[in-house]
Every structure is written in structure tokens, then in C-alpha cells.
Design a protein around this ligand. Sequence first.
Ligand SMILES: Nc1ncnc2c1ncn2[C@@H]1O[C@H](COP(=O)(O)OP(=O)(O)OP(=O)(O)O)[C@@H](O)[C@H]1O
Ligand SMILES: [Mg+2]
Length: 228
Amino acid sequence: MMNDREVLSLVNVSVRYEGSSRHALQESSFAVREGERVALLGLNGSGKTSLLMAVAGLLPYEGTIAVDGIELSSKTLGQVRRKIGFLFSVPDDQLLFPRVVDDVAFSLTRQGVDGAEARRRSQALLSTLGVGDLETAAPYELSHGQKTRVALAGILVHEPRLLLLDEPSGALDPPGKRDLAGLFTSHPAAMLIATHDLAFAGECCTRFILLEGGRVTRDSPRIGDITL
Ligand SMILES: Nc1ncnc2c1ncn2[C@@H]1O[C@H](COP(=O)(O)OP(=O)(O)OP(=O)(O)O)[C@@H](O)[C@H]1O
Ligand SMILES: [Mg+2]
């Protein structure tokens, strides 16, 4: 049975970029509960990335955001971030180490996991994501889809409660998308998945939220209720 515990809650959250006269996100409210994988759908510029960035504490916002019951603030930022795994839409933004395996292992060694154990867990996850043979490669040598898989390994390895995924399927080939949908479906974390890939969302999400011009205009358990 689905647990009712809220892993993420937004109450009247608005984002306006400095110097901009209009809101990128306007008074958005919804919650994501344990076991839910929520698709955040919407056209280019509808506010999906802005919403994810606000939740990760990367953008100033108005309103209230809480992760796992902890209200996001400058005081709780570190605590909240440890509960979140964020996949950026451009994976180059999060691959920092000369070797793939060290990149993935970093989020574990930072938490105090022993180096050999961190590499073992990282290698296992890279294999699950279909890029086990790339562990000694340099991130800059990889294709966009390969980078996405490596970046995903880097956020999944420390088992966050909440995954914020910005266009995770965008660079993946059809088998890659199928594998990823399967992986997400069997993964225990609550997820908020920003995408305009309706087929992918339909395969792995349990609920569908539509953003239009920065406002939530639909929130439904049926993807058939959404038109982009
Ligand atoms: N750094 C920025 N400075 C000013 N305005 C921005 C900035 N980033 C985004 N915006 C504006 O905020 C609005 C929402 O953008 P956002 O990137 O959140 O949309 P999105 O739904 O993620 O779009 P896409 O599908 O193209 O990724 C847009 O009108 C955009 O022009
Ligand atoms: Mg975006």
C-alpha cells in the first residue's frame, strides 16, 4: 500500500529571475509522497527546471518548500541537499573528476564511505546502468547519453530520498529509455521527473503534473488527461 508520507511539499512557490518582470513559476502547490514518481510536464519555458532548481535550493523563491518534513532555508540547506539527488539536463555540469568511477564514488567518499567500498558500489551501479565498461574513461570522452548514465549513477549511489530529474531520457536511445524506465519503476526513491517525453513519462510515472506559463494547470494520475 502506498505510504502517505510527504517527501516533498510545495506551498505557493513562486520564482522570478532577477531583472525579469514576469514569474518563471507562479504560486505552485503540490506534494510528492513516498512511492510516487511524478512527471513534471510542460512546454519549453513553462518553468520545469526553475521548479527543480528552487527545490534543490539553487534559486531564490517565495513560498514554502519542505523535503522529508524539513523546511528549506539557509539553515537547513545542507541537510535538505543530502536527501536529494539532482540530475541536471546538461550532464557536463555535474561530471567533475578525470575518471568516471571516481566521479560516481565521490558522493560516497564525501559521506565517509571507505574508498575501495565506494568504488565497488560505483562499479556495480555503472554496470546496472549499462556503462560498466566506461569506469576508467574520462567524462569528456563520453557521448551525451553515456554522460547521462554516469551522472545518474552519481546521484543514485548515495540512495537519496528524493530524485529531481531534469530531462533524464532526452539523450537516451530507445533501449536506454526502456532500461531507465525499468530502473525508475523499481527504485524506492520518490521522484519528480521534468520532461516533455510523454511516452517515457507514461512508462515510469504514477502521476502527471502539467505546468503552463509557470502555473500548475493539471495534476492527474492519468497521462491521458495531459496534452502538450
Ligand atoms: N537564468 C535565467 N534568467 C532569466 N530568466 C530565465 C532564466 N532561466 C529561465 N528563465 C525563464 O524562466 C522561464 C522558465 O524557464 P525554465 O527553464 O524553468 O523552463 P523549462 O520548462 O525547464 O523549459 P525547457 O523545456 O526548455 O527546459 C522561461 O520564461 C525562461 O525564459
Ligand atoms: Mg528545463
